[in-house]
Design a protein around this ligand. Sequence first.
Ligand code: NAD
Length: 351
Amino acid sequence: MRPFVHSGSPARIVFGRGARDGVKEEVERLGARRAVVLSTPQQRESAELLADDMGALGVGVIDRATMHTPVEVTAEALVEIEQLGADCVVALGGGSTTGLGKAIAARTGLPQVAVPTTYAGSEVTPILGETDNGMKTTRRGPEILPETVVYDPALTDSLPISLSVASGLNAMAHAAEGVYARDGSPIFTLMALEGLAALRDALRELTIDPADHDARDRALYGAWLCGTVLGGVGMSVHHKLCHTVGGALDLPHAQTHAILLPHTIGFVEETEPTVLAPVADLFGGSAGGGLHDFAVELGAPLRLSELGVTPEQLDRVADLALDAPYWSPRPLERDSIRRLLQHAYDGTRPE
Ligand code: NAD
């Protein structure tokens, strides 16, 4: 058997429909008395409701969260935190809002309660990606990981089905890459396969009935598992290409992951079919082709061309991807990466 090292996450996870009502107790449990709720402008109303429900413990709402965690937004939020005398941040939202909470915690040491409303998985990772003048930097550290995550699937009932599908495929990408990670472990592999199966079934059911509560619950459960894998092991060619394409061309996060997933996994599967066999089993016998068929079935975005990418931009992305490549079980070469990007541009089925 392959030797391994496994480090589990120290975060406290509270999961269940209605769990949001326990956020106040979770804040108190962290020894905090003045919590500020973070959100995007679009989710301000839910954030205000949560702050109100916390009574005297909820001291305000900051609704400035936005994609890619710009440092100037964090600076403005820090001024408000100081004015409010807050001693805890509660991040209610998707990866963008979780990112703002992490950026604040990284600078102040304030404890965080994350209350996710998408399947992005950032809430269970010690990773913070920020942008400064358009440049993205990523850092890791124990102070970045939220202390507590409250998963309430009822908060995902409002997630539009197109975003549910894209965000769910984003989560599945964490798990698929976890299966071949260099620093993987048997526990992370179990979590990855369970997370993939839960999301596969739940997303299928949600495309038929987006209001299916049981499917919503299982989708968020799957997202937790997939996010935990992302937080525990190093990512590879898929995440590298998504960061490069998404960063260089300013593309939407979840949709970029959804489009590239069959192609990146198919790329690794060509040289590592045995390692990816358990994923292939979940998707009809082929990991790359099966994930493509699954994305078609769900009505997911399939082509980079749909996001406004041009063929000329693919050349630039292929060059950038090789500038500082992540470890990959299949070495990255300019020609094969350019071909992969072309297939993702055209939306062709990986063989
Ligand atoms: P997001 O947080 O930007 O949310 C997308 C939109 O959906 C926003 O307008 C938001 O208000 C809205 N929304 C969220 N939940 C909703 C709900 N339940 N109902 C209705 N509307 C809802 O998108 P995301 O895909 O969750 O996160 C993307 C960001 O997270 C990126 O910046 C990415 O880099 C980051 N991320 C970081 C990590 C990490 O480990 N550091 C992991 C995954 C994603």
